[in-house]
Design a protein around this ligand. Structure first.
Ligand code: GLN
Length: 188
């Protein structure tokens, strides 16, 4: 299974390691031809405003919209969650989101860099808590009917799924726990 890693900005190395450990083949995606060749996609953390801009300049914006509309299984982490949301609050005026999951997210909702934190999350469907790293993280303010909330912090959803689209406000690639990447691969 070829899993694309959107490699315009942000750290993809740890995602690639997680995928390899689970027997999938990570493929860096920077061009429309590379996007056309993958079975699934991870949009990593980083800076969603920058990723949005680079999607436009790389020519990936429309091909990505088309593949998402056709049901491409996609995992968005942190900035990637923002990119995949229906609506973004506290975004930049020129920032695009791709409406792949029916959620409204607020950027930097937990505060600034100094407010980054770690937490043990109870995740729907997992037996034991998941240790999660939040870095300038967003949270979800509204979810549509088709969206399952799998985990929350102080009542704010931070892990959601709709069909084959999974989004986390935190960075699952930064711990050795592979259960979320594993869950994603079962959606592909
Ligand atoms: N705050 C960042 C953004 O708006 C996301 C941070 C992250 O991906 N760790 O994109």
């Amino acid at each position: 299974m070829k899993v694309g890693l959107l490699a315009l900005q942000g750290a993809i190395g740890p995602h690639a390691d997680a995928l390899r450990e689970l027997g999938a083949v990570p493929v860096e995606v920077r061009t429309p031809a590379q996007l056309a060749d993958v079975d699934a996609l991870i949009i990593p953390g980083g800076e969603s405003t920058t990723i949005s801009k680079l999607l436009d300049t790389s020519g990936l914006a429309q091909p990505l919209r088309d593949r998402l509309a056709a049901g491409l299984p996609t995992f968005g982490t942190c900035a990637g969650m923002i990119v995949l949301a229906r609506t973004v609050l506290d975004g930049r005026a020129d920032q695009n989101s791709y409406d792949a999951i029916d959620i409204t997210v607020r950027r930097n909702a937990f505060g600034r860099q100094v407010d980054s934190f770690e937490a043990d999350l109870a995740v729907d469907g997992l037996d034991a808590p998941l240790h999660a790293v939040f870095i300038r993280a967003p949270f979800v303010e509204q979810v549509g009917d088709g969206v399952d909330v799998l985990a929350a912090v102080d009542g704010h959803p931070v892990l959601c799924r709709q069909g084959a689209v999974l989004v986390s406000a935190f960075h699952p690639e930064l711990t050795a726990d592979r259960r979320l990447h594993e869950l994603f691969l079962t959606l592909v």
